[in-house]
Ligand binder design. Sequence first.
Ligand SMILES: [Zn+2]
Length: 332
Amino acid sequence: MEERKKQAGTGRVARLKKLIIGALVVLLILPNITGIYLIIKQASIERRVDYLAKEVADMKLQGISHLGRLDGGDRLAIAEALLDDVPDGAAPETAVADLPDSEKESGLLSDDVVWTFSGGGDVSEAPHKVYLTFDDGPSAYTDDILDILDSYGVKATFFVVGKESESDLEAYKRIVEEGHTLGMHSYSHVYSRIYSSEENFTEDLDNITTLLESATGREPQFYRFPGGSSNSVSSLDMHRFINILDDRGISYFDWNVSSGDASGELLSAEQILLNATSGIENREVSVILMHDSLDKPTTVMALPAIIEKIQKIEGTAILPITSDTEPVRHVE
Ligand SMILES: [Zn+2]
């Protein structure tokens, strides 16, 4: 009788042991499985968000313009329509006359030289170097912008912020792989955070540097301050941040031509074309500020016409920013 009780007791303990071990195994595995599930789920939600963002952008494009969607062959039609609407800024014959005297005397131009850089030639000697720059990307429009640049064989510069979805990482990669310059525009783009202290600026700089380097395998060399180096939002003297960039050998660029697309209201593609191409024939270096952003569809619409108009101006070369580029800076 006692013996049987004992045996029953041992059996119960063994079952209890099994139960506890089983429960422990489940407790250990469950978070991992849940974690993996959530990661997969997050990736699919991000893809969905990207897709929807693009849909919204396309709908906006259809809504705001008689020119219609931006896809495929329509681009050329849009460019032509825009160029018809806007008078030519500078006819090739007047380009030389419009130049400042200093430039004429520097020997950059002579009457017997034909400057056709869009079709070849030594671009380093082009009298009018033009840099197309796009801030705030990647966005749902980055691929459209890259497609347009590609169709004209033109290289540009993207000053990007930190975004980590699959399509954003692809965008960073595509920018670099297609020969454009990938510059930094801070990780967070939150003025109050970046410009509040040297520590916060440095931390943000580390974040965007690491992200771009791991996405593309290349260390970014160029920076554009959110709001520009002449911004009025920084609570500290901008030279403190400029010194941090200097210490790392990072060169910063502002702009001397604004497309105006940062303004609160959505500008028409015609207006952006006019702004972005104004005075190029009078400058040796034009750094044009534009935005790669979901709420700036007219910039993308204007881009083909902007490129065509610049290429029509005698002596222009459209180039990506490199270490040879003469910096345009609001604050030295
Ligand atoms: Zn910005």
